[in-house]
Design a protein around this ligand. Structure first.
Ligand code: FAD
Length: 438
């Protein structure tokens, strides 16, 4: 059994290592210059919601069978990874809605890479899958490398190329439904190669193609490299009032714990820009390990635009100098404050859930943010065996998928991309090897 795995992120590394354990001959293609994909930039939390009703509530449009698969297989999968040299930092996720573990990404990716190579797998860096080869079933892929291209024959292919976050044209077509650009909070190589190759081979897209997971980041001229992706994330919309360039609130800032809905709404605002407005009390609040003040300070340190003022009127004046309509902005802030003080923030349009703090303690702060995409939520329609499905629901024979490539797990919300990579990496390899070349 010869298995070709495309993509050397967590999903592809796990699929390759598992297939080798099961006796397959494995070639792992990695388009970039190092394995690990986005895992090596991540916080390393591999998690699932605690039970299926919670998963359904948090990602109501997702495929229940895939959600159940992640939930049921995750604990064993974490044990599998730990036993293969994954470096466990914690058995806690710090979120009462979820369970899982935190792995140290770089040594864990290195341990998996080592297992693939020492287990007899062939790792080809700077090699990209371009097209699938077929003769009634998938028989390998057309592969490109600098200065060359060639056919790589195989009995089956696992696609783990990470979706299309790094392809601005596909992001405009599927996510933004028009012009605009999201910052990229991921490695630059997931440009939709696997997704497009599978569609050309008859695969069906999943639900949620217009959804993505990302964070609001300090807007340009802020500059930072991938090692700072976690640190620069501005994850405190729940303590802020978020306004767009027209000076109005555009979303419920506290709609969900991961602030995914707020980031997605920001992507649809004029010029993909917003301002988070805070008072001094908000800066003392904490989200996970950091205070809001520390996150704002990081935005300032990397060159983001952070304004300070002694009153809301002065803050509106500073934002007016940057083109926001001053009067309308003040009406927004006074209207918000009045509703929050009266305990009626849920009646605002858009409503404000959560505690809805009043902005009253000077000094006041404004941080300019821009939405980023870490990965797509939609992708390929896949069954619980990791098989890629055609329009009629039958599998595309010989084609499997893992990780972000598997669409529709978290539609309508957000779920762990690392869990999808780990669980579907294992499952796709197990199914592919069990079904063999027939
Ligand atoms: C800053 C940050 C923090 C995060 N924190 C968390 C967290 O705490 N918990 C969590 O669950 N998730 C987190 N994530 C998301 C998580 O990292 C991803 O969901 C996960 O790593 C995706 O794994 P993957 O293997 O599916 O895809 P990727 O990691 O994107 O890997 C895909 C690989 O395929 C390669 N590739 C692309 N095209 C081709 C081609 N044509 N041929 C061959 N190779 C190709 C790419 O180079 C890449 O190496 C975070 C991400 C970031 C960036």
């Amino acid at each position: 059994m010869r298995l070709l795995v495309a993509g050397g992120g967590l999903g592809g590394l796990v699929a390759a290592a598992r297939a080798l354990e099961l006796g397959a001959a494995v070639t792992l293609l990695e388009k970039g210059d190092h394995p690990g994909g986005s895992f090596v930039y991540s916080s390393g939390y591999v998690w699932s919601y605690r039970d299926l009703p919670t998963f359904r509530r948090e990602a109501p449009g997702g495929d229940p069978a895939l959600q159940a698969l992640v939930l049921e297989r995750l604990q064993d999968a974490i044990g599998w990874l730990e036993a293969r040299g994954g470096v466990l930092l914690s058995r806690e996720t710090g979120n009462p809605l979820t369970f899982g573990a935190r792995f140290d990404p770089e040594p864990t990716a290195a341990a998996l890479t080592d297992r693939v190579e020492s287990g007899g797998g062939q790792l080809l860096l700077r090699h990209a899958l371009r097209r699938l080869l077929r003769d009634g079933r998938v028989r390998g892929a057309l592969v490109e490398w600098e200065g060359g291209r060639g056919e790589e024959a195989a009995d089956a292919v696992v696609l783990a190329t990470g979706g299309f976050a790094a392809n601005p044209e596909l992001v405009q077509r599927y996510v933004l439904h028009g012009p605009g650009r999201l910052l990229l909070r991921a490695h630059p190589w997931s440009t939709g190669d696997g997704f497009l190759a599978a569609l050309a081979a008859g695969a069906r897209p999943s639900t949620g193609l217009d959804e993505f997971y990302g964070r609001n980041l300090p807007a340009p001229p802020a500059r930072f490299g991938p090692k700072l992706f976690v640190e620069v994330s501005q994850l405190y919309g729940r303590y802020a009032v978020a306004v767009n360039l027209e000076g109005v609130r555009y979303a419920d800032e506290a709609a969900d714990w991961s602030e995914t809905a707020l980031v997605r709404a920001t992507a649809h605002q004029p010029r993909q820009r917003a301002w988070y407005l805070l008072d001094a009390a908000a800066l003392r609040r904490r989200v996970r390990e950091r205070s809001v003040g520390e996150m704002v300070e990081t935005a300032r340190r990397v060159g983001g635009t952070v304004l300070r003022a002694g009153s809301l009127e002065e803050l509106a004046g500073l934002l007016g100098e940057r083109g926001l309509p001053e009067e309308r902005l003040l009406r927004t802030l006074h209207g918000y404050n009045a509703a929050a003080a009266a305990g009626r923030a849920a009646e605002l349009r858009p409503p404000r859930s959560g505690e809805a703090p009043v902005l009253k303690e000077p000094p006041f702060t404004a941080v300019e943010v821009a939405p980023s995409i870490t990965h797509t939520i939609g992708g390929l329609a896949v069954d619980e065996g990791g098989r890629v499905l055609e329009d009629g629901g039958r599998p595309v024979r010989g084609l499997y998928a893992a990780g972000v490539e598997v669409g529709g797990i978290a539609t309508g919300g957000y779920a762990s991309g690392l869990a999808a990579a780990l669980v579907l990496g294992l499952v796709s390899a197990e199914t592919a090897v069990a079904e063999g070349p027939a």
